[in-house]
Design a protein around this ligand. Structure first.
Ligand SMILES: *[C@@H]1O[C@H](CO)[C@@H](O)[C@H](O)[C@H]1NC(C)=O
Length: 218
């Protein structure tokens, strides 16, 4: 099922790519592609350039849930996340996302949600960030509030953003603290409540669904 989704996503990417060669789409593309619900993206930690990553390996401490790390290489399929709205909203695929909106990030390969809670993270003892649930199971521990840096109103690829975990008030954070054993070379991802430079992320590689408005006008 994940494979067929990827097939669809690749198709959309090709479609979008041809759109951006047309003159009408040029202005939008040069200002930064809009990030819409249904887009499949990698999130890059600004300071270290590592990508937000998960894989089917549980933490050996804390909750024992699926681990989330920072991954050094750009090219890894386990670093793709699908941008989803809260359940029971009218938001749909292709809608843009305003600063302050609560979103969810679903790990594409394992279908689990980016999650946090009061367990201690393995290296630094901050808030643990894990992957949890499945397509049909999601709770408030999967809610993250999008905070765009600067004056931008809706999320674009060139913007620096923070993700504030709703239940714990911890910002999605990473830093140069590396795992040696189960995830060699990968670094810790955790939640921290203080507003720090290490809480800033950028949308990097991905398959960006066109906004609903631009689809309607085509
Ligand atoms: C989610 O629910 C659908 C419909 O009931 C079902 O077909 C699917 O197998 C469920 N998925 C998981 C991961 O449980």
């Amino acid at each position: 099922m994940a494979l067929s989704l990827l097939g669809l996503a690749v198709f959309l990417f090709v479609t979008m790519d041809s759109d951006y060669t047309s003159s009408t789409a040029y202005a939008a593309a040069s200002e930064g592609v809009e990030i819409t619900y249904g887009s499949v993206i990698k999130l890059m930690h600004e300071k270290t350039k590592f990508r937000l990553h998960s894989h089917d390996v549980p933490y050996g401490s804390g909750s024992g849930q699926q681990s989330v790390t920072g991954f050094p290489n750009v090219d890894d399929a386990n670093s793709y996340w699908v941008v989803r709205p809260e359940p029971d909203t009218s938001a749909k695929s292709g809608d843009n996302i305003k600063s302050g909106t609560i979103i969810r990030l679903q790990h594409m390969k394992t279908r689990k949600w980016l999650h946090s809670h009061l367990h201690a993270s393995p290296i630094s003892g901050n808030l643990e960030v894990s992957c949890f649930g499945d397509d049909n199971n999601s709770d408030t521990g999967d809610y993250w509030r999008l905070e765009i840096e600067g004056s931008g109103k809706s999320w674009r690829q060139d913007q620096r953003v923070r993700l504030l975990h709703v239940d714990t008030s911890g910002f999605l954070h990473s830093h140069n603290k590396k795992y040696s054993r189960i995830a060699g070379g990968q670094q810790e991802v955790c939640g921290v409540r203080e507003k720090k430079a290490d809480n800033v992320w950028l949308a990097a590689e991905g398959i960006y669904l066109p906004t609903a408005e631009s689809k309607a006008s085509m």
